[in-house]
Design a binder for this molecule. Structure first.
Ligand code: SAM
Length: 774
């Protein structure tokens, strides 16, 4: 189709932002209008709509836009007042030509479309496929269409090789948006007219708007931008309308097209991220990762949703919003009232979230200074100035170069309190950039990073939670019940009982965020230089032999005073799994449970301790082995006879994960954990989704014999493996004492106490160990 577009340069913002619009055309009202629809749409109407819908009087004013005619009329000069200068046209065409080589992105918006059409999944899907087919993409096109989250229209997305086409509808607003990433030679003249041909005819008003943008991919600057004439007064000053520009040094200029709730960001188009789910997933996991979040920063708040979610937490005393001015908030109030209105459901908060007295806005130059920090010494910063939670609403504002990112993150790290936490959306970072950012985060002092995701249909919302202090990570891993209680305590009430405080987030949802997805793990492990532990692979290697639990027996340990021990009943070759079949059945004590046991003991005097809790204490600390995975120490206890494995003094342990350890309790430095043992702790790995996801298996199972073993030998371990930074010195001293028989282990001590008390008449059942069956 040979369609000439009349192009009007409406504004120039920044180096090369050009916006185009076509004006309007007087329409023809047609009662049986579907007869005039382009094939795709009319077929869809015929197939999927109940005829009565169209005879309904409420639709009688629907009109058909003869778009092509309109455009030719415009071209012929019928809209003289909107005719751009010849120079401008020439300039425009030159630009278009220059940009038409290489990968292209075209964004087409059509406004004033029929809302019934836009709301029909089937009809939109039909139109989408027609569009794709006419674009010349016929082979191997994979796509999916579905209702957008919160029932706000239809979304289609498809791929064919490197071509990606997505389509969104906003029925209430009458908008359809198509986003094409392609290698077409001349997308200008194929995508735009085709979009118009397929969908343009369902326009309803006499003020149609074909909005479109056109840009070259892989260039750091947004070249063209969608523009809505109906909101041109706002769009005149794009920066203040949608801008969350936080640094003039970055390319992170953020424009918000006025036509629909989505953003055109640095290198990408973000659509429908403004749904409730996005804000809940961004805000609540990180807010609950701090035990008392009082002071919060939001960087680049755009439409109000992040602020609203933060204000749901009772503990909040101050919210500083960086990079957003009041004008933007006022515009957002009109555009996205549902995100800015706190009165509807939040008890005790001002009707308009932004008017809350706890909110402070920092914009313009001051925002930039805030982000980049003061180079002067920060001796005037007191602990009261620090923040508990910092939230980047969109990460594009963070990234421009490693140097600037480092400067920003370094400053942010300085602004955080000791247990401070930070969240960054991962979505709008490329994966290479994200890897660099993980490195920078570790460098500037974050001790742990968790990636988590939320999935909405085809959307993968992905976030990076960062912990200043590794111990805070224990809050990330609370049990659902613990979180439930905290939620009840720290969230404000809704005005009406019928309205839930949150629609998506709850304690069970948090459980799904605790571990990153397989996709994240693969992305991490597929790096050119394999990160630590990635080559471990998944699960038990079926080619490695296993010595099943039936090959082992319990008997009296050969170590004097050690009680029971475990013995091999047959010869077992080096490199054999030790009872892989049994080792997986561990009991897990979360750090919070462990600290409760410790606290309980503080309240008991020694006789009470003996009477009430020493059995449990012995079970947990005598048989359990600590591991620091959760930031704080949790404990695992083997449930079968493997729990009777003793510590082999002087390096006589015969089991492990690979090579024998060099460290023994007698030779190690009491002040410093040796590097070969640090590898067993996740503390040294700020970001390692492989360990995150496989940790339980790595820790509970996978031990092998490290020597060839003769039948009748005792199965001894090296307990140094289970110590962590927190208990290193005391643990080593304890093992040393046991090994020279000057001290007793927890279990031996307990059993001796019990046998004494038994002799004095107290009830006690002690079963002496059997001889092993050899
Ligand atoms: C996990 S349990 C091992 C099973 C234990 N021997 C039993 O009879 O139940 C750990 C306890 O065993 C004892 N133990 C382990 N290795 C020891 C060693 N090398 N010397 C002395 N006691 C040891 C200590 O009492 C320690 O608290």
């Amino acid at each position: 189709m040979n369609l000439s577009l009349y192009l009007l340069i409406t504004s120039v913002v920044g180096p090369c932002l050009l916006a185009f619009t076509a004006g309007y055309f007087s329409t023809t009202l047609v009662s049986a209008y579907h007869e005039y629809l382009p094939i795709a749409v009319s077929e869809a109407f015929k197939t999927y709509f109940v005829p009565s819908k169209f005879s309904d009087s409420s639709h009688s004013s629907l009109s058909i836009i003869k778009w092509n005619t309109y455009l030719s009329e415009l071209y012929a000069g019928n809209a003289a007042e909107e005719n751009p200068s010849k120079d401008a046209q020439k300039n425009l065409m030159n630009n278009a030509k220059r940009l038409s080589s290489g990968p292209q992105q075209v964004l087409v918006d059509l406004e004033d479309l029929d809302s019934v059409f836009l709301d029909s999944e089937k009809a939109v899907e039909f139109g989408f496929l027609t569009f794709v087919k006419n674009l010349g993409i016929i082979d191997a096109f994979m796509y999916e269409c579905h209702r957008a989250s919160s029932n706000k229209g239809v979304r289609c997305m498809g791929y064919a090789g490197s071509e990606t086409i997505s389509l969104y509808t906003w029925p209430k607003l009458g908008i359809l948006s198509i986003n094409v990433l392609c290698k077409l030679n001349d997308p200008w003249n194929s995508v735009v007219p085709l979009a118009n041909e397929v969908f343009g005819a369902s326009m309803t008003s006499n003020k149609p708007s074909l909005l479109w943008s056109f840009k070259q991919r892989n260039s750091s600057k947004l070249t063209w931008m969608a523009y809505s004439p109906s909101l041109s007064s706002m769009a005149d000053d794009t920066k203040s309308v949608g801008s969350a520009e936080v640094s003039s040094d970055t390319n992170g200029v953020h424009f918000k097209p006025a036509s629909a709730p989505r953003s055109v960001v640095n290198g990408d188009i973000l659509q429908q991220h403004y749904d409730q789910i996005y804000f809940e997933a961004l805000v609540h996991p990180i807010m609950f990762s701090h035990d008392d979040p009082k002071r919060v920063v939001i960087i680049g708040e755009e439409i109000g949703g992040t602020l609203r979610e933060v204000l749901k937490h009772k503990t909040v005393e101050k919210v500083v919003i960086i990079g957003t001015d009041d004008e933007t908030f006022q515009v957002n109030k009109k555009l996205y009232p549902e995100h800015s209105d706190c009165s509807n459901f939040l008890e005790g908060i001002t009707p308009y979230c932004n008017d809350d007295a706890r909110v402070e806005l920092i914009s313009g130059e001051t925002a930039l200074e805030w982000l980049l920090g003061d180079d002067d010494d920060d001796s005037d910063t007191t602990p009261d100035d620090l923040f508990d939670v910092i939230i980047f609403e969109k990460s594009h504002s963070l990234w421009s170069s490693p140097e600037i990112t480092k400067e920003i993150l370094d400053n942010i790290s300085d602004m955080l309190s000791t247990n401070g936490v930070l969240v960054i959306p991962h979505d709008d970072l490329g994966s290479n950039i994200a890897q660099t950012i993980f490195g920078i985060l570790a460098e500037v002092g974050f001790e742990a990073i968790q990636r988590y995701e939320e999935f909405v249909h085809l959307d993968r919302l992905s976030f990076i939670a960062c912990f200043h202090n590794i111990e805070t990570r224990a809050l990330w891993f609370t049990s659902a019940a613990e979180l439930h209680i905290r939620m009840q305590r720290s969230l404000i009430k809704t005005v009406s009982n019928d309205i839930p405080i949150m629609y998506w987030f709850d304690d069970a949802t948090m459980m799904t965020y605790q571990l990153p997805s397989r996709l994240v793990e693969d992305e991490f492990c597929n790096q050119a230089q394999k990160p630590f532990m990635c080559d471990e692979g998944h699960g038990f290697d079926p080619d490695v032999p296993n010595a099943p639990i039936s090959l082992f027996a319990v008997g009296v340990s050969r170590i004097p005073g050690a009680g029971r021990g475990i013995f091999f009943q047959t010869d077992v070759a080096k490199g054999t799994f030790i009872a892989a079949d049994e080792s997986v059945y561990d009991i897990l004590f979360y750090p919070s449970t462990t600290s409760l046991v410790n606290k309980m003991i503080e309240y008991l005097d020694s006789s009470e301790f003996l009477q009430y809790s020493s059995l449990f204490y012995t079970y947990l600390f005598g048989y359990g082995f600590a591991f620091e995975y959760f930031g704080k120490a949790g404990y695992l206890v083997d449930t079968g006879i493997l729990t009777f494995i003793n510590h082999g003094c002087n390096g006589t342990g015969v089991m492990g994960e690979g090579k024998p350890l060099i460290s023994t309790e007698m030779t190690v430095d009491l002040e410093r954990m040796p590097a070969e043992l640090e590898n067993y702790s996740t503390e040294t790995h700020v970001y390692n989704p492989f360990i995150d996801r496989n940790n339980m298996r790595i820790i509970t199972a996978g031990d092998k014999t490290i020597y060839d073993i003769k039948a009748g030998s005792e199965l001894l371990d090296n307990y140094l493996r289970y110590l962590h930074e927190g208990n290193w010195k005391s643990g080593v001293l304890d093992y040393r004492a046991q090994c020279i028989a000057s001290g007793k282990g927890v279990v031996t001590g307990y059993e001796e106490r019990k046998s004494t008390s038994s002799a004095s008449g107290e009830e006690f059942h002690f079963h002496p160990p059997k001889e092993p069956h050899l």
